[in-house]
Design a protein around this ligand. Sequence first.
Ligand SMILES: NC(=O)c1ccc[n+]([C@@H]2O[C@H](COP(=O)([O-])OP(=O)(O)OC[C@H]3O[C@@H](n4cnc5c(N)ncnc54)[C@H](O)[C@@H]3O)[C@@H](O)[C@H]2O)c1
Length: 257
Amino acid sequence: MGRVQGKKVFITGGAQGLGACFGRMLADEGARVALTDINQAGAAETAAAINKTHDNAAIAIKHDVTNKADWESALATTAEAFGGIDVLINNAGIGTAGSIESETYENWRRTQEIDVDSIFIGTQLAMPYLKQEKSASIINISSVAGLIADGMMLSYNAAKAAVWMMSKSIALHCARSGYDIRCNSVHPVFTRTPIIDPLIQMGGGGDEGEKRLVQQIPWKRLAEPEDVGYAILYLASDESRYITAAEFKIDGGITAQ
Ligand SMILES: NC(=O)c1ccc[n+]([C@@H]2O[C@H](COP(=O)([O-])OP(=O)(O)OC[C@H]3O[C@@H](n4cnc5c(N)ncnc54)[C@H](O)[C@@H]3O)[C@@H](O)[C@H]2O)c1
């Protein structure tokens, strides 16, 4: 038996990077995973790769997380395919750079829309599905940027801090309502996925750009997607059955400084 045997998991932003890694690791441990993404071709490719080793474990769904109708149909398709949904991973997100002086209002709004509003819309719509399950889990991907600030990350800092507190509010509501639904946030440091390419470029590109990021991390290396994936595996599984309203820092020590 796998650690998440029989779990029915909905993952946003599942085409690449962290979401794709979570899908692979969860399927390896017995879950069925719906990989949703605005990038349909990418999600389909990732699902096909998973299905090569795990028969029918993955489905791919085109889904823009800012679109309510997309959420409704993606959740319904998943529940129909798997017989319900008991794990929701709000992972889709964008990273943006800009200070209080350089950031545009349009960029600020877009960041809040994709990184924050989507979690409100989607989690609210997913609640009726999660309430039908035993031991359901909502996992929201925030960032160390939700806990510590940078002068050039105005919109992203604000968005990821909102995800952190939203997760606690959702967790408390579920616990006090007697729902068997836990909700936690996950806060990775710089992790080797396409989202950090612009940061590496800003630091001079290549090894030099990566070194600039690594210098900030006490553990002295970037996180790999699997480093975050192990926390997801735990939070999706019943091993974390008493864990709710918590924040999981996968940060090589950066927030302790
Ligand atoms: N990689 C890191 O260093 C890092 C660190 C902390 C937090 N995070 C967070 O982890 C999450 C995943 O990021 P990643 O590193 O895998 O980045 P990524 O850019 O590799 O993947 C993000 C995925 O989200 C999808 N996406 C973007 N906008 C979307 C939308 N409107 N609707 C649906 N899908 C959309 C993209 O198509 C992509 O597949 C994000 O929320 C990010 O903020 C990443």
